[in-house]
Design a protein around this ligand. Structure first.
Ligand code: FE
Length: 201
């Protein structure tokens, strides 16, 4: 059973954030404006909609798709999407009927966050990080993605300098869809590889 001192040791997230902000600003590591800019980027710029644009363009422009698969970082820069300097590589993993790709960070929470958005809570969970590697098919099934037995599953473990995104299969029945229509079918989960792109309605 937890004692009172254990309960006191864990502050609410908002109090911890305030303490970190105070520690950074009081030591001159960052200004209040720097931190506000980071919050703005995280909340309003680094959104999965960016990655969705990349996927939709790859679905409709085979030449762009080739460039994207060859060098993800320079291809997304064409769409105005920058990666931090320490994200040295963006590797784009193309799904097919034969191979399904899924990404994780076994160490912590690394993602190509400026392209596919900040990682969801479950991505940072020890349960996902540990189990998706050794029992990927089961984990995917539990998350609602039941892959045919003949589809091979490949799991990619993110590192500090190599980030991944999955290029999901283009949904059937979207032959004449525009890029912006297609982008609405691309979810963050599909770019992590725990779901397919949404079905066309
Ligand atoms: Fe990480």
């Amino acid at each position: 059973m937890e004692s009172n001192s254990d309960l006191k040791a864990v502050a609410a997230p908002v109090e911890r954030a305030a303490a970190i902000e105070m520690a950074l600003t009081s030591r001159g590591v960052a200004t209040v404006e720097d931190l506000a800019e980071r919050v703005h980027l995280a909340d309003e710029v680094w959104l999965p909609e960016r990655g969705a644009r990349v996927v939709a363009k790859a679905w409709t422009d085979p030449v762009f798709r080739t460039r994207l698969l060859a060098n993800g970082k320079s291809a997304v820069a064409e769409l105005g999407i920058e990666l931090p300097a320490h994200h040295r590589h963006l590797v784009v993993l193309e799904n097919s009927h034969e191979v399904h790709n899924v990404i994780c960070c076994t160490l912590c929470s690394c993602t190509a966050l400026t392209v596919i958005g900040l990682p969801p809570d479950w991505y940072k969970d020890l349960e996902y990080r540990a189990r998706v590697v050794r029992d990927s098919r089961t984990v995917l099934r539990e998350m609602g993605l039941d892959l045919p037995a003949e589809t091979q599953v490949r799991v990619w473990d993110t590192t500090a300098d190599t980030r991944y995104m999955v290029l999901p299969l283009r949904p059937a029945g979207t032959d004449h869809w525009s890029e912006s229509q297609l982008a609405t079918l691309v979810t963050q989960d599909s770019m992590i590889g725990v779901a397919r792109a949404l079905e066309a309605k």
